[in-house]
Design a protein around this ligand. Structure first.
Ligand code: MN
Ligand code: MN
Length: 431
């Protein structure tokens, strides 16, 4: 049974150990029996009774839903439907899914996005999920935001030109990253096999993949005589240029990476690395029986100046420990598995949301949160920040370093109990 459904030991009775779907009148019989036995008298018991009532409210006939119900959505989102009794108030929307967003389908691939329009609290980051079939291009373009990317499936070739004219070119495969600073023009092309699918994260919440600067539109909206002065291409040649944007379009597979590099000669960028190989297979930054975390930020991927990332793997039952981030809000992409997150903000606002693959999560700046693997396989998700460095504050680590008297005064527990908690930041904890 997940911990959020466990009753307080003080108030435990047979009814509250029922699963939520085995709604039973014993819930009420149990409460009545406790009250009748005088076990709920006194201040502590009054608080316990409130919890008991909250638990009964989750599980009694009052929680049934005899009218219309979207059962597949409820099955995927059990916690909003029957919130843990500790949930309270409304901290805002913390969940969305790429599965709900319309895909822009074109010959050569597709794209869809989860931005501030879908998650209004997410002002820092926005996400785009894109597919390019083998040989197909994302048109040459640039944009206002920095672009961080992870390859989810397949392979791509990417190019980028720096302001001084050096050209970067590289091949990317599953688990690799790229980072393209704002304004620098770039291209992406799906490679042999089945092309690719990737996640893009931009450091602007209101970014839109539909509002990038495109080479086709720059040329199509420049008068032909100016193009002739600039490029030397005559009017007949101007007429052959794409009249509207290409955006995503089919192409033929390129030659080898080495051929492209050789062709660039002295114009090839060899110092600055805009790609990062194997985030998903690198040595974990931290690892234990609960899982692992792999952090990539400006410390090990220097061009990634404004976006920091952590890939978290949680074993079944494992917990991404209670923590918060002292710098920025958190934008999540769920890659694999199932999980649940509770976010606790100010004024006691707390909400629990469930996640599956291809979902997006959001944690407001500084808000406390944890994530539990509620599935039967490993859970993998990304924590993303508009920051140069990943930072988090571990609640356990803080409690362990608080002087004894202060800790006892705040937690109302015997010191012997308080000091049983982990002493250090574990990042992930076993179930
Ligand atoms: Mn781009
Ligand atoms: Mn976090």
């Amino acid at each position: 049974m997940p911990h959020s459904q466990l009753p307080d030991p003080e108030t435990k009775n047979e009814a509250v150990s029922e699963e939520p779907d085995t709604v039973s009148r014993r819930t009420f019989v149990g409460s009545a029996a406790l009250a009748g036995a005088g076990l709920l008298a006194g201040t502590a018991a009054a608080a316990a009774q409130t919890r008991q009532e909250l638990l009964a409210g989750r599980q009694g006939a009052n929680a049934s839903d005899p009218g219309p119900e979207n059962q597949p959505l409820v099955a995927q989102n059990p916690d909003p439907n029957l919130p843990p009794f500790t949930d309270h108030g409304n901290p805002g929307t913390l969940w969305y899914s790429f599965a709900l967003t319309p895909r822009r389908l074109q010959a050569g691939g597709w794209t869809h996005q989860v931005t501030e329009r879908e998650l209004p609290l997410s002002k820092d980051l926005a996400g785009v999920n894109m597919r390019l079939t083998a040989g197909s291009y994302r048109e040459l373009h640039w944009h206002l935001a920095d672009e961080w990317a992870i390859m989810l499936s397949g392979k791509a070739r990417v190019t980028l030109m720096q302001p001084e004219g050096k050209m970067f070119v590289d091949d990317i495969q599953q688990g690799d990253l790229w980072y393209f600073p704002a304004g620098l023009p770039h291209s992406i092309q799906g490679l042999e096999g089945d092309g690719c699918e990737f996640l893009l994260v931009f450091d602007q919440g209101d970014f839109s993949e539909d509002t990038t600067f495109l080479i086709s539109e720059f040329l199509a909206h420049t008068p032909p005589e100016v193009v002739q002065k600039n490029m030397g291409w005559n009017r007949q040649q101007w007429d052959k240029l794409p009249p509207t944007q290409l955006y995503i379009f089919p192409g033929t597979l390129p030659g080898t990476l080495e051929e492209d590099k050789r062709a660039l000669g002295s114009h090839l960028e060899t110092e600055k690395q805009y790609t990062f190989k194997g985030m998903s297979t690198m040595k974990p930054t931290a690892e234990n029986a609960g899982g692992a975390v792999r952090i990539v930020d400006s410390r090990n991927f220097p061009v990634s100046a404004n976006i920091a990332a952590a890939m978290v793997t949680l074993k079944p039952g494992g917990l991404r420990e209670m923590h918060w981030h002292p710098n920025e809000s958190e934008w999540q992409y769920w890659i694999k598995g199932k999980g649940r997150m509770t976010v606790i903000t100010t004024e006691g606002k707390a909400r629990t949301v469930d996640f599956n693959a291809n979902d997006v999560g959001f944690v407001p700046k500084m808000a406390g949160h944890y994530i539990e693997n509620t599935g039967t396989e490993d859970l993998i998700f990304l924590e993303m920040f508009k920051a140069s460095k990943f930072q988090d504050i571990s609640l356990n680590q803080w409690i362990a370093r608080i002087p004894d008297g202060i800790a006892e005064a705040h937690l109302k527990l015997p010191l012997s109990v308080i000091r049983q908690a982990p002493k250090d930041k574990e990042t992930v904890l076993p179930g």
